[in-house]
Design a binder for this molecule. Structure first.
Ligand SMILES: Cc1cc2nc3c(=O)[nH]c(=O)nc-3n(C[C@H](O)[C@H](O)[C@H](O)COP(=O)(O)OP(=O)(O)OC[C@H]3O[C@@H](n4cnc5c(N)ncnc54)[C@H](O)[C@@H]3O)c2cc1C
Length: 394
């Protein structure tokens, strides 16, 4: 960490060391840029709480076609990105490709699943309808009470904690300098003609300033707290709380699950995501409670109740951890990735429910911007400009 007042410079300063900021840092350093990554408290990152689903198909909802396209781009990019990460670090990140089995508990749940499936098929996504018996052929521990289901083979998952750790290691190996501090503001200066405001660096809470003509704000739910962003952008990202459980198989117990299960139980959604190391993730609540990270008895009860309703054997697993994280949500549920103005300011935030999925593709898009190239066209609808309501607003 630089001492206060000591001049530090970099080609790029990145605010935020979740999977988004770290993936960008790694790829930017690999592209030859001198990168400083600032983050005060990595432990709060949503990236460490997430379930790790890479699920463009079962996340595809009515009216979100552009988001589906960027999620599909992200999924297509993920395997080569993860393979390079594993090769560079020597660590496995737990990529699984079994697909998502969506199951409906009762007839009403099934009717809703059928409507969504028709929509997903109409968008060209693969889906295989299964009766209760066929669901149990795929997952033998499912309750016979399950009404029916749909297999979405196009969804995958990754162990997001292993993935995040590997990203940090790869970034360090590529020469990224990490500063354990909070970016308080993006610093700007007028251009030679008094106009054309440009970034000149970042101010840190404890460590002075870092001089740089590129700053990337990738601070997840906290992105709006960084001063110097155009006002429309400061209010565009909000925290959406998610509570989640981590279960473990007792020693010697064979795996109870192969696919990711997404279940609707009398209108309530729950998912179970298996890991190769015996962990099963059960999630997640979706709550508009501001920056609250408490875990509540009611949420733990509801998640376990719904999980046990479809997979009764869940009751035999060990409750290893309860946690809560903040998804960076936006008004249209889409990410905010691209040049923001003032010149040199880049945003990479607002990834909401799909930040693990989108991390590799976001790194590509950000590095394209940082090196003067155009990001893939799928990103076009997700630029910061859509939240700039009034010109010149700061
Ligand atoms: C319960 C839950 C389940 C989820 N499941 C999935 C899933 O299955 N699949 C999926 O793709 N996504 C999932 N997500 C969403 C995913 O976790 C997020 O979209 C993603 O982690 C966002 O990454 P990020 O790097 O932008 O933010 P974060 O991971 O939140 O990281 C932001 C970082 O910025 C740092 N920071 C904050 N302020 C500053 C500052 N001023 N200066 C410097 N650093 C700062 C913080 O300390 C933090 O480390 C889930 C989220 C939750 C909460």
């Amino acid at each position: 960490m630089p001492a206060k007042g000591v001049a530090v410079t970099a080609d790029v300063v990145i605010a935020g060391g979740g999977v988004i900021g770290t993936a960008i840092a790694w790829r930017a350093a690999a592209a030859g840029l001198d990168v400083v990554l600032a983050d005060p408290a990595y432990g709060d990152a949503a990236s460490l709480v997430a379930a790790g689903m890479l699920a463009p198909v079962s996340e595809a909802l009515f009216g979100e076609g552009a988001l589906l396209r960027v999620n599909l781009l992200a999924l297509a990019r993920f395997p080569s990105f993860a393979a390079e990460l594993e090769q560079v670090t020597g660590h496995r990140v737990g990529l699984r490709r079994e697909g998502t089995l969506a199951v409906a508990f009762d007839a009403g749940d099934y009717a809703a699943l059928t409507r969504l499936t028709a929509f997903r098929r109409s968008a060209g996504l693969e889906a295989e309808e299964l009766d209760s018996r066929a669901c149990r052929k795929l997952e033998s521990f499912l309750t016979p009470d399950v009404h029916g289901g749909v297999l979405f083979p196009g969804d995958w998952s990754v162990d997001n904690r292993r993935y995040a750790a590997a990203l940090r290691e790869a970034a360090a190996a590529a020469g990224v300098r990490v500063v354990r501090d909070r970016v308080t503001a993006v610093l700007t200066a007028d251009g030679a003609d008094g106009a054309n405001v440009r970034v000149r660096g970042a101010a840190l809470a404890e460590s002075g300033e870092i001089g740089s003509d590129r700053v990337v704000v990738a601070a997840g739910s906290w992105s709006g707290a960084v001063h110097g962003l155009p006002a429309g952008l400061r209010s565009a990202v909000r925290p959406v709380k998610g509570q989640l459980l981590r279960l473990r198989h007792p020693d010697g117990m064979p795996p109870v699950l192969t696919h990711t299960i997404r279940a609707t139980v009398r209108g309530a959604d729950v998912y179970l995501v298996p890991r190769a190391d015996g962990e099963v993730i059960v999630g997640a609540t979706q709550e508009e409670r501001g920056p609250d990270l408490t875990v509540t008895a009611g949420a733990v009860h509801d998640l376990l109740h719904d999980a046990m309703s479809v997979l009764p054997v869940t009751s035999e697993l060990i409750l290893a951890e309860t946690c809560a994280g903040l998804r960076p949500g936006t008004p249209d549920n889409g990410p905010i990735v691209g040049d923001a103005g003032p010149g040199g300011l880049l945003l990479a935030t607002g990834h909401y429910r799909n930040g693990i999925l989108m991390s590799a593709a976001t790194a590509d898009a950000a590095v394209a911007c940082l090196t003067g190239r155009a990001p893939a066209p799928e990103w076009e609808p997700f630029g910061p400009g859509r939240f700039l309501t009034r010109q010149g607003e700061r």
